[in-house]
Design a protein around this ligand. Structure first.
Ligand code: GDP
Length: 363
């Protein structure tokens, strides 16, 4: 190693070379990369209810690598005939509304009658901050160690549309692995509710009472999507306020147009923490499923969702094909500078880039 201090210009100073530090990783330890399982192995494992194989398949679904995607898509295709036999329930609420506490309580309640539960999440914050609000398994203490529960944090890569599509694909795999209850959790603060709404049968909105401005705080659009609104933390001093909020929500819901399903959304109070009213909330969800299964809405909605996801997938793939094209990427950068310097209008710049793309596809 060179020590500049030993240069003859520095008088009276010598620096000895130190001892080379040993590597911090044992050089004799050969990291074995697990070979990629084949699609057939994964499908067989999933259908047998093997959680390790399910997890590995979900990891491939979430991966952006083309090689992984190819296997994932084959697995999804083969699992599709075994999917669909579950109750898909979306759960939303602002951070602190009690989603994890409630999912823990609801989950244990559901599992009392047998079956299996998968808890998935769509968390747009993970895209922006690389830290997920919903990612932490330990938030659901009892479910995390329950043998019949599978908890998977939100996929983090890509756009909200891409993340949501991966969650939707994960639902297929979980159902094929015998999970007959699927919870999809999301934070009630943005576009992600629409994504979750488009993949579940029942959409549950968790609310808090006692802030005085319950109705102002949430977007009308989210309330319109809800099949049930539950006011959490109806315990202790908070019971009266929760009941007041319940009355307010009920009268607000009356002003909404009738729902497509014909179901009248209900408003209940409960306490996730003290487990008060959990059975009543679940009873409402049971009644909803009976109702929409008997009037045909259940199947109709799933068909609409399937079509929606086909379109979404096409959109997503087209966009990716366009932006991943290296020529387009460099042209875009150039054009952006021109637009910012007022040398070209946004529209002509966009047209030039699109023309170049279409030409490259069809020279
Ligand atoms: P999340 O951010 O929506 O997942 O909310 P959490 O489940 O983490 O709950 C936020 C806080 O509210 C925690 O400190 C919980 O202990 C508390 N909490 C959740 N449910 C209840 C409840 O039913 N009653 C009371 N009093 N506190 C609750």
């Amino acid at each position: 190693m060179e020590h500049p201090e030993n240069d003859p210009n520095y008088i009276g100073l010598t620096v000895n070379s130190g001892v080379t530090q040993p590597p911090s990783i044992n050089p004799y330890l050969k990291r074995k990369r697990r070979p990629l399982p084949s699609a057939a192995e994964l499908v067989a494992g999933i259908l047998a209810g093997d959680i390790t194989m399910l997890s590995r398949a979900v990891t491939l679904v979430e991966s952006l690598a083309a090689e992984h995607q190819a296997i994932a898509q084959e697995v999804i295709e083969k699992c599709l005939p075994y999917s669909g036999h579950s109750r898909r329930i979306g759960i939303t609420g602002v951070p602190g509304a009690g989603k994890s506490t409630s999912i823990d309580a609801f989950g244990l309640h559901v599992l009392k009658s047998g079956g299996k539960l998968a808890v998935l999440a769509i968390d747009p914050s993970s895209e922006r901050t690389k830290g997920s609000i919903l990612g932490d398994k330990t938030r659901m203490e009892r479910l995390a160690i329950h043998p019949s529960a599978f908890i998977r944090p939100s996929p983090s890569a890509g756009s909200l549309g891409g993340v949501a599509r991966k969650t939707r694909e994960t639902i297929v795999l979980c159902e094929a692995a015998g999970f007959n209850n699927i919870f999809v959790e999301t934070v009630g603060v943005g576009q992600s509710e629409t994504a979750v709404h488009s993949m579940v049968d029942f959409f549950l909105l968790l609310q808090l009472a006692g802030t005085g401005d319950e109705l102002q705080g949430i977007k009308r659009g989210i309330m319109e999507m809800a099949d049930g609104i539950v006011i959490n933390k109806a315990d202790g001093d908070n019971i009266n306020r929760a009941q007041l909020a319940q009355a307010q929500f009920r009268s607000a819901l009356h002003l909404f147009p009738p729902t497509e399903s014909g179901w009248q959304p209900e408003v209940l109070t409960y306490s996730g923490y003290y487990e008060l009213g959990i059975a009543e909330v679940w009873d409402m969800i049971d009644r909803y499923f009976d109702f929409v299964k008997s009037n045909g809405y259940f199947d109709r909605k799933r068909a609409i969702q399937a079509r929606y996801w086909m379109r979404e997938t096409i959109d997503e793939q087209l966009r990716r094909h366009f932006y991943d094209n290296p020529e387009i990427a460099s042209m875009l950068a150039e054009k952006e500078i021109r637009v910012l310097n007022n040398q070209q209008s946004s529209f002509t710049a966009a047209r030039d880039v699109l023309d170049a793309y279409f030409h490259s596809q069809n020279p």
